[in-house]
Structure formats: structure tokens, C-alpha cells
Design a protein around this ligand. Structure first.
Ligand SMILES: Nc1ncnc2c1ncn2[C@@H]1O[C@H](COP(=O)(O)OP(=O)(O)O)[C@@H](O)[C@H]1O
Ligand SMILES: [Mg+2]
Length: 418
């Protein structure tokens, strides 16, 4: 079965939701430098500041239409889309074939030209692909075909050379409304009756990542005739949490070393998750602080070993870690009798991390951008300049607007993280 993200990938500019600015910029660039159908240019080349840049770098968070926009562009102007990656560029044969003599031959298949896409250039491996980045720069300097790149984070230090010779076009994070609209279209096309609230819940969880939202929709609604809020809730509370709950209960109730340790034989058990759950719940289960202190102290020792295992790959330490962690919290002096049913709490730290993930990403983006533009270190921006920025922004709102435009973050969101 075709994944819905592919099945419903827009083929034309018109179908791409809410990225008008980016469409205008991209079309204006293409139409001013390359051959493109008059009708297309009339409709889309609406950007005033035409750029002389030799390439375009589309930027923005995942799942908002960067790759789709390039595919749609090729479609609209009837160019053959060639996707290359950094290693292709280093093996110059392939490049010659693509941008050299091959240029005219595209017309053999009815194409008017060729469009080169380097997708996710910030995902390149810095060690292996650095040469590749340089070759992309060379290619941009010499090629006479349009070259478009995409990146999640255009302010990545390593992309500077690419950025310097490119027109950077930011795509917007999609709003909840945008996401709901696309999901609704898909429900209609698939003839699934989707509750508005269910779509809204999916949209909210996706945080503007349409790819994630569509994949979730397919997961929950694929092959069904209705989608309700309850369908989504049920899956949200599915097993991993339950089994973590059970594991925790078994450990806290264990009275013998082996009883506690038996948990460690569950295959592919998630130790970091368990650690978070255990730390959260030790003080709840052991109300007596001196008892809780003993258990927490042992957890801290397990944590030290765990981080050592992760850092150095010393997996042979694993049994010590699990024994200290499991038996360490089960066998405490003065262990109280536990109630028959105990309501363990979901680790707050994990919840908080999930909630703040997005704002941390925004903050990182702002810091990286300012450090690049001002030629100072990231830590200097974090510790000094953000305060200054927040102070200045109070006097003049426009500062945030300008910054927001560059980074495709709304001024309110910037305010929230500086
Ligand atoms: N603005 C948009 N309008 C309509 N569909 C979109 C949009 N952005 C993303 N999609 C959907 O999400 C999927 C992923 O989009 P894609 O362009 O690959 O994201 P990325 O920005 O990560 O390159 C596409 O297949 C498409 O179905
Ligand atoms: Mg992409």
C-alpha cells in the first residue's frame, strides 16, 4: 500500500498549502534566470526582490513541504528533476553526465531542462561529506542548470559557503489549521468519516510537521471507515507505558534479590525509561525520606555506570548497572509495606522534555543565527546577547519581527524562548 505522504504529495504549486512567500521567491528566481513557461511565471513570479543568486537554499523544520516544493516546481516548469547527494558530486562522472553534455538530451523525453536537488544538505556527515559540500559549491559556481537545496537548519556553521552563494528561502511552520485542512482532504479522498476533534488532536501533536500528521492519520484511520477521538486516545495509552508500570510494580514489591533482578531479563528493555520512572516514583513509594534517600543514592550510582556504558561502550558493566538499579531500590532497609494498588506517576521530566523540545529547537536556531551573523560564539549569544535582545525587543517590537522573518519563527514564539 502506498504511504499516504506519497499518495497525497502535491504535484503542483497550487496544492501546496500556505507557503506562498516561498513559492513566489522560488518562481521569481527560476523565471529570472532560466527558461520557464510564461503562464507559470505570470502566476507565481511575484517576488519583488529578484535575486542574482546561483542557487536556492530552502529552509525550515521537517514536514512542511520543502522537498515537495522542489518536485512541484520541476513539474510546473516541465524540467527533469535530478536528485543528487554529496557523494555523487565527488564522483565527477555522474555530474558531467547530468550537467554537461546531457543538458540538451533531456528534451529527448520532452523535458525543457533539468533541475538539480540536493535534499537535506545539513544532514551530511561532516567527516565524510565535507569534500562533498565543497564540490557542491564548485558545481553551483559552474553549472548552468538550476540547483535547489534543502536544509532544516540553514544557519548550520558548515553550510556557510553554500549559504553565501545562495538565495535562502524560508518556509513557514504550518499552523494547526493548515494541518487539519490537509488531513481533512485526505479523509475525504479516502472516504473516511473523520471527527473534527480527532484531526485537531493529530494536528496538535504534530507541531506543524505535516509528514508526521499524515503518517499518524494513516496509522489510526487507514483501512477504516471512521476515525473518532477515542481511536486516538486508545492508542495514545498503549502498552509500553503499561509494561513500564508493571515492571516498576514488580521491582518495588520484590523482597528478594533475584525477584528484583528478573526484570533485567526482559529483552530490549528500555533502561533509560525505567530509570526515569524509578527516579520519579521512589519518593512516592518510600514516603520515609531516609528510606527514599537510600534508594535514590543507589539509583545515582546506577546512573553513573549507565552513562559510562553509553559513553565508552563498556557493555560488560551492564549487569552491575541493572543489579544496583533493580535490587538497589527493591531491598532498602526499613522497607514499608506497599498498598495493594499503587498509582505510579509518569516521569515529569520526560513530559517536560517533550513539551519543551520545540522551544529548545527554536532557541537553538536563534542562537546559531545570531552567532553566525555577529561572529561570536554560541555560548556568548546564549549567556549575554539574548538578554540584550529581549531588552531591545521590549523597546522595539520590529526587531523580533525582522528576526522572525529570517528564521520563520513567529515573534511571539521568539519572545517565549529568549
Ligand atoms: N505545505 C504543504 N501542503 C501540502 N502538503 C504538504 C505540505 N508540506 C508537507 N506536505 C505533505 O507532507 C509530506 C512531507 O513533505 P516534504 O515536502 O517531504 O517535507 P520536508 O519539508 O521535510 O521536505 C508530503 O508528502 C506532503 O504530503
Ligand atoms: Mg524533505
Amino acid at each position: 500500500m502506498l504511504p499516504w505522504v506519497e499518495k497525497y504529495r502535491p504535484r503542483s504549486f497550487k496544492e501546496i498549502v500556505n507557503q506562498e512567500e516561498a513559492k513566489y521567491a522560488l518562481a521569481s528566481w527560476i523565471c529570472s534566470r532560466f527558461r520557464a513557461p510564461e503562464q507559470f511565471c505570470k502566476t507565481w513570479a511575484k517576488s519583488k526582490d529578484i535575486s542574482g543568486a546561483k542557487a536556492v537554499l530552502l529552509s525550515g523544520p521537517p514536514g512542511i513541504g520543502k522537498t515537495t516544493l522542489v518536485h512541484a516546481l520541476a513539474n510546473e516548469i516541465n524540467y527533469e528533476l535530478i536528485e543528487l547527494n554529496a557523494s555523487d558530486v565527488r564522483t565527477s562522472e555522474r555530474i558531467k553526465e547530468v550537467v554537461g553534455r546531457g543538458l540538451r538530451e533531456g528534451s529527448l523525453f520532452g523535458y525543457a531542462g533539468r533541475l538539480i536537488l540536493f535534499d537535506e544538505v545539513d544532514g551530511l556527515n561532516p567527516k565524510e561529506d565535507l569534500g562533498g559540500l565543497n564540490s557542491i559549491v564548485d558545481l553551483i559556481e559552474t553549472a548552468r542548470v538550476p540547483i535547489v537545496m534543502t536544509a532544516n537548519n540553514p544557519w548550520d556553521q558548515r553550510l556557510r559557503p553554500l549559504r553565501d552563494i545562495s538565495l535562502v528561502v524560508s518556509l513557514k511552520r504550518l499552523s494547526e489549521e493548515d494541518v487539519v485542512e490537509v488531513l481533512r482532504r485526505i479523509c475525504n479522498a479516502e472516504r473516511i468519516k473523520c471527527e473534527e476533534d480527532a484531526l485537531r488532536a493529530l494536528a496538535r501533536a504534530s507541531e506543524g510537521d505535516l509528514r508526521a500528521a499524515i503518517n499518524d492519520l494513516q496509522l489510526f484511520a487507514g483501512g477504516k471507515s471512521t476515525l473518532t477521538v477515542d481511536d486516538i486516545k486508545k492508542v495514545g495509552e498503549r502498552n509500553p507505558q503499561l509494561s513500564m508500570f508493571e515492571a516498576l510494580d514488580r521491582v518495588f514489591r520484590a523482597n528478594w534479590f533475584d525477584e528484583a533482578r528478573s526484570i533485567s531479563f526482559i529483552p530490549s528493555f528500555d533502561w533509560e525509561q525505567f530509570f526515569a520512572w524509578a527516579s520519579e516514583n521512589v519518593p512516592r513509594v518510600y514516603k520515609d525520606p531516609s528510606v527514599a534517600a537510600v534508594a535514590l543514592d543507589r539509583l545515582s550510582k546506577a546512573d553513573i555506570i549507565l552513562s559510562r556504558i553509553k559513553r565508552m561502550g563498556e557493555w560488560e558493566l551492564m549487569p552491575y548497572m541493572t543489579e544496583i538499579m533493580l535490587a538497589g531500590i527493591a531491598l532498602v532497609p526499613g522497607k514499608p509495606r506497599l498498598p495493594r494498588f499503587f498509582k505510579y506517576q509518569f516521569p515529569q521530566r520526560i513530559l517536560m522534555l517533550a513539551r519543551s523540545r520545540e522551544s529548545r529547537r527554536r532557541r537553538e536556531l536563534i542562537v546559531q543565527y545570531l552567532s553566525q551573523e555577529l561572529h561570536v560564539s554560541n555560548s556568548y549569544v546564549s549567556s549575554e546577547l539574548l538578554h540584550v535582545l529581549s531588552f531591545l525587543a521590549k523597546k522595539n517590537e520590529k526587531i523580533l519581527e525582522d528576526l522572525g522573518k529570517r528564521l520563520s519563527i513567529s515573534p511571539a514564539d521568539i519572545k517565549g524562548v529568549i
